[in-house]
Design a protein around this ligand. Structure first.
Ligand code: HEM
Length: 410
């Protein structure tokens, strides 16, 4: 009898013993994980018990109610049914607290956790939006002066030197529209507008020369063209995920704009003379008091707490007795007219507190310039065959773009 024939059963016994130990260990780990998930869910259920929500499945939460196409509709129904806030279960141990009652102003904005923004780091870098604590504070303090009203002025108005960088970018976009339209055509404008805003920020913040709007590879009008397919294969830069028409954001900044020369300081402020455009922009952008939240509880006490600016608008701009059609769906700029009776926390497109949008004045200026220059050149009408379908993503966005009929004014 050979030695190997004798040792084989012993070796096999050793291997199966090891396998048994490994599967036992695996089972223990699995049980531990299950117990951990169970405890987390119990903790969540307790933490969220004050927030109403329709019944949810223990594993896939409210997922069945939200199909991508029609996601906004169930959300609006919830706003109608639960007037201040509610909980939306994503799956077993993940839930969102949605808050849309302006009376929750006592919540500390500043303490809002930015944990959920970590997934954005590979995309937009470790910038102000995702920073926290002392580092955020230092960076915010350093950047705030760059967004001061007086610093922003030269970007948007006629000065001795310049018509304004924002106006330049808008003009490039409008010139392109002129070349693209004909009397019967409609135009998808969202891609163009996104590219124009990117152009503006690259010029204003990084001193970028030229216009990315006229670079052939970034022209939204060419989307889907054979040329684009060929370019994609050539290893050139692709568009940034989620930003149609935008090239990837660069890791290293371009040349940072130095201090502006003093002759750029403005002597005329056109923007302050546009009250009607301002209230229309605010209306387009909009989309606690009942003891649900104890006064000493702050947002981070709740898992994944988010404040939904356009929801706050949807809820609080509605008359006290909720109308069947929520105010979000009715365009009524008079709500923002001076002297109108509006809750001071009802308009929060730029958030509030210390983590509010540092670029809000910049963005408002840019919108005013763009709207004013566009209306001087074109008459706009919605394309009835392609009504924009809003879908709630990081921000509320139209699903298939914004299609308009444009007519050039003589
Ligand atoms: C219409 C345009 C804009 C809207 C609606 C908007 C909205 C917001 C909101 C709601 C926040 C708070 C996010 C949060 O805390 O979860 C925010 C933060 C921020 N926004 Fe904007 N924003 C706009 C344009 C801009 C522009 C043009 C810039 C830069 C030039 C900018 C830079 C920032 C930065 C850096 C933060 C983070 C601030 C911090 O955490 O200290 N935003 N924005």
């Amino acid at each position: 009898m050979s030695v190997s024939a004798l040792s084989t059963p012993r070796a096999l016994g050793g291997v199966s013993g090891l396998l048994q130990v490994a599967s036992l260990l695996g089972l223990v780990l699995l049980l531990l994980k299950a117990a951990q998930l169970y405890l987390r869910r119990q903790w969540l259920l307790k933490a969220l018990q004050q927030f109403p929500s329709p019944p949810s499945h223990w594993l896939y939460g409210h997922m069945q109610e939200f199909q991508e196409e029609t996601e906004l509709q169930p959300l609006l129904k919830w706003v109608e049914k639960y007037p201040s806030a509610c909980a939306r279960w994503l799956w077993g141990t993940k839930a969102l607290v949605l808050i849309y009652d302006p009376d929750y102003k006592r919540w500390s904005w500043g303490d809002q956790s930015h944990d959920s923004y970590r997934m954005l780091i590979p995309w937009i870098g470790n910038g102000l939006l995702v920073l926290e604590g002392q580092t955020w504070f230092q960076h915010r303090r350093m950047l705030t002066p760059a967004f001061h009203y007086d610093i922003l002025k030269p970007y948007n108005m006629r000065t001795k030197v310049d018509m304004g960088l924002m106006a330049d970018s808008v003009r490039v976009m409008l010139d392109k529209w002129e070349g693209l339209i004909n009397p019967d055509s409609h135009l998808e404008v969202l891609g163009h507008v996104s590219l124009m805003t990117l152009d503006t920020i690259m010029k204003c913040a990084f001193g970028h020369q030229g216009s990315i709007q006229t670079d052939r590879w970034s022209d939204p009008a060419e989307e889907g063209s054979p040329a684009e397919g060929a370019r994609a294969g050539e290893g050139e830069e692709q568009e940034a995920p989620g930003f149609p028409g935008h090239p990837p954001l660069r890791q290293k900044p371009l040349v940072v704009r130095p201090h502006l020369p003093s002759e750029w300081l403005p002597f005329r402020d056109h923007l302050d003379q546009m009250p009607y455009i301002t209230i229309r922009i605010k209306e387009r952008y909009d989309g606690g008091g009942d003891g649900m939240l104890p006064p000493d509880r702050h947002l981070p006490c709740y898992p994944s707490g988010i404040l939904v600016p356009w929801w706050i608008g949807a809820r609080s701009l509605t008359p006290p007795v909720l109308a069947p059609v929520l105010s979000l769906q009715v365009f009524d700029p008079s709500r923002f007219a001076p002297g109108s009776d509006r809750h001071s926390y009802a308009f929060l497109p730029f958030s509030g507190g210390s983590r509010n949008c540092i670029g809000k004045q910049f963005a408002m200026n840019e919108m005013k310039v763009a709207v004013a220059l566009t209306l001087l050149r074109f008459e706009l009408a919605p394309d009835p065959s392609r009504v924009p379908v809003p879908i709630p993503r990081v921000v509320l966005k139209p699903k298939n773009g914004i299609h308009l009929q444009l007519r050039k004014l003589l």
